[in-house]
Ligand binder design. Structure first.
Ligand code: AMP
Length: 210
């Protein structure tokens, strides 16, 4: 059965951590636009060179560029039973593009992980990222869960950049809550609980819609 999930929520809410748990449960790919972009930056591809400076500042790359990346990724055969999108959409035009990509597919299930700004700042101060594959790691062991690579602090988790990313979230991404919240498949989840409890809440909420 096809399961098309979107993870919403501020930076540090646990979208990536939750997506990694859920992809194992449902056997669908975790598509993190941030990780894909960080990988492109590390590999020095044309896309990576185009987005590196914007990412370091905490601002968003253009809707057109990121939407091209997502259209390409969602056309891969491994998404035929669904996907967990983490980090896209982040603006209303991106959400409209995603709705167009969903034509002929099962409706999106929107998982909105809610977390206060104070908690976001606290969590991001200690966040690490894999130097090899770009995956996020919050409060995890010394090596990357995905590829075993070494963990380093994220360039865009410095305090000034975190504050800018929160502003970007408020201005450009939070309006997505109003965009989605009238849909029957919109699920609001308390992100301040322990990770396993959050996972259990998400599973209950999503299974109600399948
Ligand atoms: P993330 O790991 O999701 O926090 O993404 C890290 C950075 O990648 C963001 O601060 C943006 O610069 C860029 N990025 C990731 N996803 C998007 C998106 N959907 N739209 C625009 N920029 C994005």
């Amino acid at each position: 059965m096809e399961l098309n999930l979107v993870m919403l929520g501020p930076p540090g809410a646990g979208k990536g951590t939750q997506a990694r748990q859920l992809r194992r449960k449902w056997n669908i790919p975790h598509i993190s636009t941030g990780a894909m972009l960080r990988e492109a930056v590390q590999a020095g591809t044309p896309l990576g060179r185009e987005v590196a400076v914007i990412m370091e500042s905490g601002n968003l790359i253009s809707d057109e560029v990121i939407t091209r990346v997502v259209v390409e990724r969602l056309s891969q055969p491994d998404t035929k039973d669904g996907f967990l999108l983490d980090g896209y959409p982040r603006t209303i035009p991106q959400a409209e593009s995603l709705d167009r990509m969903m034509s002929g597919r099962k409706p999106l299930i929107i998982v909105d992980i809610v977390l206060s700004e104070a908690e976001v700042v606290r969590r991001l101060a200690s966040r690490m990222v894999c130097a090899e594959c770009g995956a996020n790691a919050v409060g995890e062991g010394p090596a990357c869960h995905d590829c075993g690579g070494s963990l380093v602090p994220r360039a865009d988790d410095r305090e000034q950049v975190v504050l800018n990313r929160l502003k970007v979230y408020r201005d450009q991404t939070e309006p997505l809550i109003a965009y989605y919240h009238g849909r029957p498949t919109y699920c609001r989840i308390d992100g301040a609980r322990l990770p396993d409890d959050v996972t259990a809440d998400i599973i209950t909420a999503v299974e109600r819609h399948t």
